[in-house]
Design a binder for this molecule. Structure first.
Ligand code: SF4
Length: 467
């Protein structure tokens, strides 16, 4: 349920909009999780310094934290070079210089950009012959590869809200990770064909351990991580009506056969089922088979009913990064432009491994490295590689990039478009103004400067030739 603004943003809520200096900005998008709630109301104080948010409405605790974190921007200078204050122009020039001398720069962090900026970023990666990785988590691009091989029966989140009478939370815990998912698109939402909301739905949670989501479900089924794939295979066989050895199925899954049988019957009897899964749970190469099994099972269920697979989605504009990379390069990420043409290399697109092996020799990131803190190896190795950070957030303490350029914050004070996990495009309605440039402008300027340097080098080569 949406929270009435916790401290400290809630502190001034009683007085929100009570003075003429305050104004309410409606339809602000929260980028705190993959729900990307676009019904947030933000009370801003026009009289105070820019970045003055008095209160927020319709945000959950996670959303409040997101707004608070975005507000605390600790950049003291618009740009830095080797830890010293610099002008933005000098920082752009130095960035272009690093990229023009690098053999194969690694480009990260597109999730933190609008669609418009992502388009410019992919074009820049193409020009600099870089390696584009659109995932900031460790591990390679498991989910995309599974979807490419098996396909996916999906839908918009709105369709789940309006039609789903059965929701299966398969190793997903949105009550914790996506707090308003249930209210907006999931178990508790009221839809056109689900007029009583939760009362018209059956909710099943299947997970390794009981979760907060399981506590609110009608049924919880415990599986073991080592047997997840086998459990899906048995379920698929049951749904397809294939002959199954009961004892063998129990030994392989560790689950009572009757429970699996009952679950398969529930799946088949749904009028409209939604299988909610969380991609972040799958990071190992062997997980591809598990995701493929989920997608294949959901596909099979469409023989008898309507069933869809819905991923919970990551925060910020992760889905947009995939969409734009596909649009501009033909591939959903993990694209190597080193040869002059895009090559899809998901098996090696692990940023940490690429840096450690020195497959790349410079880093350009659009999110600060703290944002992708799980990539400890990057933080470590980036100390010895030329690194350019174009971001609205400060760098991790103790790390000095070669160049850092402070930009406006996505959603808080930068306009543009982002894409939700179901493909819905959302227009950002930033509540605050910023005196910092947008990332899109900085990327275009770096590209322009890079092209000028390249042209100059070409001229110099021609000029030095003897005929
Ligand atoms: S559910 Fe997610 S997007 Fe919605 S308010 Fe909470 S953190 Fe923000």
């Amino acid at each position: 349920m949406p929270n009435s603004i916790p401290e400290p943003l809630s502190a001034a809520n009683d007085h929100a909009a009570s003075t003429t200096a305050q104004a309410v900005v409606a339809d602000v998008v929260c980028l705190g999780c993959g729900c990307l709630c676009d019904d947030i109301e933000v009370v801003v104080d026009r009289d105070r310094e820019k970045r003055a948010i008095v209160a927020t409405k319709n945000t959950c605790d996670l959303g409040v934290k997101w707004f608070e974190r975005e507000i605390v921007q600790t950049y003291d200078y618009p740009a830095m070079i080797d830890g010293s204050p610099a002008t933005i122009e000098a920082a752009i020039e130095r960035s272009a210089n690093i990229l023009s001398t690098a053999r194969r720069p690694l480009v990260l962090g597109l999730e933190g950009l609008t669609i418009e900026a992502q388009r410019s970023a992919v074009d820049l990666v193409d020009a600099i012959r870089g390696f584009l990785v659109t995932r900031s988590r460790p591990g390679t691009d498991i989910a995309h590869r599974a979807v490419q091989r098996v396909g996916i029966v999906g839908c918009t989140l709105g369709e789940v809200r309006h039609r789903a009478d059965l929701i299966v939370h398969w190793r997903s815990d949105p009550v914790v990770t996506h707090p308003r998912h249930g209210e907006r698109y999931g178990a508790n939402s009221i839809g056109r064909f689900i007029p009583r909301g939760r009362a018209d739905r059956r909710v099943i949670s299947v997970d390794l351990e009981p979760t907060a989501t399981a506590a609110q479900a009608d049924e919880f089924i415990k599986i073991s991580s080592g047997n997840e794939y086998e459990t899906l295979v048995v379920l698929r066989a049951l749904v397809r009506g294939a002959p199954i050895d009961r004892g063998r199925a129990e030994r392989r899954t560790g689950i009572d056969f009757d429970i699996l049988k009952r679950l398969s019957e529930t799946l088949k009897s749904a009028r409209y089922g939604a299988w909610i899964w969380d991609e972040s749970k799958y990071n190992n190469e062997s997980d591809i088979l598990t995701i493929e099994s989920i997608l294949a099972l959901v596909g099979d269920l469409n023989e008898t009913s309507r069933f869809v697979a819905v991923e919970l989605g990551g925060s910020a504009n992760r889905a947009g990064a995939t969409a734009v990379s596909t649009w501009r390069s033909g591939y959903p990420g993990s694209v190597d432009f080193a040869s002059g043409a895009p090559r899809y290399l998901p098996e090696i697109a692990d940023p940490a491994a690429l840096i450690e092996s020195r497959e790349v020799d410079a880093i350009l990131t659009f999110q600060n490295l703290d944002w992708i803190a799980d990539l400890n190896a990057i933080k470590h190795a980036a100390r010895v590689l030329p690194t350019i950070v174009v971001s609205h957030m400060n760098e991790p303490s103790g790390f000095v990039p070669s160049v850092s350029i402070a930009t406006a914050s996505l959603g808080l004070n930068e306009e543009g478009t982002i894409i939700r996990v179901d493909g819905a495009a959302l227009s950002l309605n930033p509540p605050l103004e910023s005196d910092r440039p947008s990332a899109a402008i900085i990327i275009k300027e770096i590209h322009k400067q890079f092209a000028a340097e390249r042209a100059q080098k070409k001229d110099d080569r021609i000029g030095n030739r003897t005929y």
